[in-house]
Design a protein around this ligand. Structure first.
Ligand SMILES: Cc1cc2nc3c(=O)[nH]c(=O)nc-3n(C[C@H](O)[C@H](O)[C@H](O)COP(=O)(O)OP(=O)(O)OC[C@H]3O[C@@H](n4cnc5c(N)ncnc54)[C@H](O)[C@@H]3O)c2cc1C
Ligand code: SF4
Length: 429
């Protein structure tokens, strides 16, 4: 009889492992959201609604874009994640960077997994030939300043990209890669996908997982399994582990983002591929980015979208925070995090100044974050097995929860590579 695997979550980690396991296992994917639908509202309509003064709180985003969820951490930082088929990959800006230096330090070599991933996901920088004037100008200035900007590798079919700039709102032309492509392949090979199904806890018997209890509306059901893989993301997986009596570590990181913006007539950055190039600094990155969340909800972003020029700072934050069993997030920016943000703001202000922006006209975005992870970090002991001793033998974690440290950089490609390795280990058992 074919063994049964339950995979929780269909984002970067979940869709990958479901596809890899299907066949050797009968895979059931439990996904708390439904289908993903890109936001259809036009920017002009959003601007009109904004003027009515009705949009005050980021949590209202789900009224018109249900696949995007926001919550506030204990210190007020806005946390963003995707809910539904494809998880947070559907909201990504498509950046595909290999970020496994911390894993290499643990002796983990993911070369084969990265190679196979790059054969499956088209990744390239040809978008640079279509950059707008503002992006080209900023790139030139950063180069002159010796900041070594590099065009960002993007995952997807470059030929289909219409440079609408709406990646974080979902890609309507279907150019951007997201994990629904792997999910579809898993389902085509026989995997069962159960949507609107919220996994609550793993049922354990003599230290062995029997299955996962999940809720559909008010109904609860046990999904029996020989193997359970948690891939509910850096915030979802720790909640399920804790509800199942498995302890995690209070080492949550989130990669906080802060934008430094200014009014710049006809910048048209809202219609540019987001994060077209990236500058790597010690502990943070800088990249041009029109921040929709700040634009919609932050009263300081009062100019028309087309007239805003903005640079994003994304820091690698301290591993200090945790998710409580019911999803409340306790997270604070440490002194080191604040220092990185301050350094980033100074550098962005200098770049914008050289571009011609007056210092007094600069305004900041809302501190937000969308790369949670780290609450069951890989260690030297678990590096070979990808299996933490606190987990039952037939339970694995396959998402950003495994990262030992904040990347301060795009994690999708590395999560996909890790999930492939975990699938091989499960298959070899
Ligand atoms: C706006 C934005 C832009 C980004 N851009 C990029 C980028 O360009 N490149 C990059 O590499 N990264 C990017 N990221 C980060 C990246 O998308 C995530 O880090 C990555 O998708 C995390 O993968 P994951 O498998 O850990 O979790 P996710 O992709 O978040 O998947 C988790 C899934 O589990 C489901 N789930 C959660 N709880 C439960 C439960 N209890 N029961 C059932 N299902 C559950 C969720 O609905 C979701 O589908 C971005 C993030 C944001 C917010
Ligand atoms: S810019 Fe537009 S078309 Fe291109 S990947 Fe992003 S959402 Fe898709």
């Amino acid at each position: 009889m074919t063994r049964r695997a339950v995979v929780v979550g269909s984002g970067a980690g979940g869709a990958t492992i479901a596809r890899e396991l299907q066949g050797a296992f009968d895979v059931t994917v439990l996904e708390s959201g439904g289908s993903f639908r890109p936001l259809r509202l036009r920017l002009r309509t959003i601007e009109r609604i904004k003027r009515l003064g009705l949009l005050r709180d980021e949590r209202q985003i789900r009224w018109f874009f249900p696949n995007m969820r926001t919550r506030r951490a204990s210190d007020g930082m806005v946390l963003v994640n995707g809910v539904g088929m494809g998880g947070t990959t559907t909201l990504s800006t498509g950046n595909g960077l290999r970020m496994d230096a911390d894993l290499q330090r643990l002796g983990i070599d993911l070369d084969p997994e990265f190679e196979s991933t790059c054969r499956e996901i088209p990744i390239g920088t040809s978008h640079q030939h279509r950059w707008r004037e503002s992006t080209r100008g900023l790139f030139h200035i950063c180069r002159e300043m010796g900041l070594e900007p590099l065009p960002t590798p993007k995952m997807g079919d470059a030929g289909r990209c219409v440079h609408c700039g709406r990646c974080v709102l979902g890609c309507r032309p279907g150019a951007k890669w997201d994990s629904r492509r792997f999910l579809r392949q898993a389902v085509d090979h026989g995997a069962r996908l159960v949507t609107n199904c919220h996994a609550e806890k793993i049922i354990l018997e003599d230290g062995h997982a029997r299955g996962v209890v999940a809720r559909h509306g008010v109904r609860r059901e046990l999904y029996s399994a020989d193997l359970v893989v948690l891939a509910a993301g850096g915030l979802g997986t720790p909640s399920i582990m804790q509800a199942s009596g498995i302890t995690c570590e209070p080492r949550l990181f989130v990669d906080p983002v802060l934008c430094v913006a200014a009014e710049w007539p006809d910048a048209l950055q809202c219609h540019e591929l987001p994060m077209p190039f990236v500058i790597q600094r010690d502990g943070f990155i800088i990249s041009p980015y029109f921040d929709f969340l700040s634009f919609v909800f932050n009263p300081d972003w009062r100019y028309p979208a087309r007239d805003i020029l903005s640079l994003m700072i994304k820091i690698a934050d301290s591993e200090a925070g945790h998710v409580e069993e019911h999803g409340r997030v306790v997270k604070r920016c440490t002194t080191r995090d604040r220092a990185r943000l301050t350094d980033g703001v100074s550098l962005c202000t200098e770049i914008l100044g050289r571009y011609g922006v007056r210092k007094g006209s600069i305004f900041l975005g809302t501190l937000n974050a969308g790369h949670p992870g780290g609450m069951l970090p890989l260690t030297a002991q678990s590096a070979a097995s990808f299996h933490d001793g606190r987990l039952p033998a037939n339970v694995y974690v396959a998402d950003a929860t495994l990262f030992p440290h904040s990347l301060g950089n795009p994690p999708i490609l590395t999560i996909v590579a890790m999930a492939k390795r975990i699938a091989s280990l499960c298959l070899a058992r």
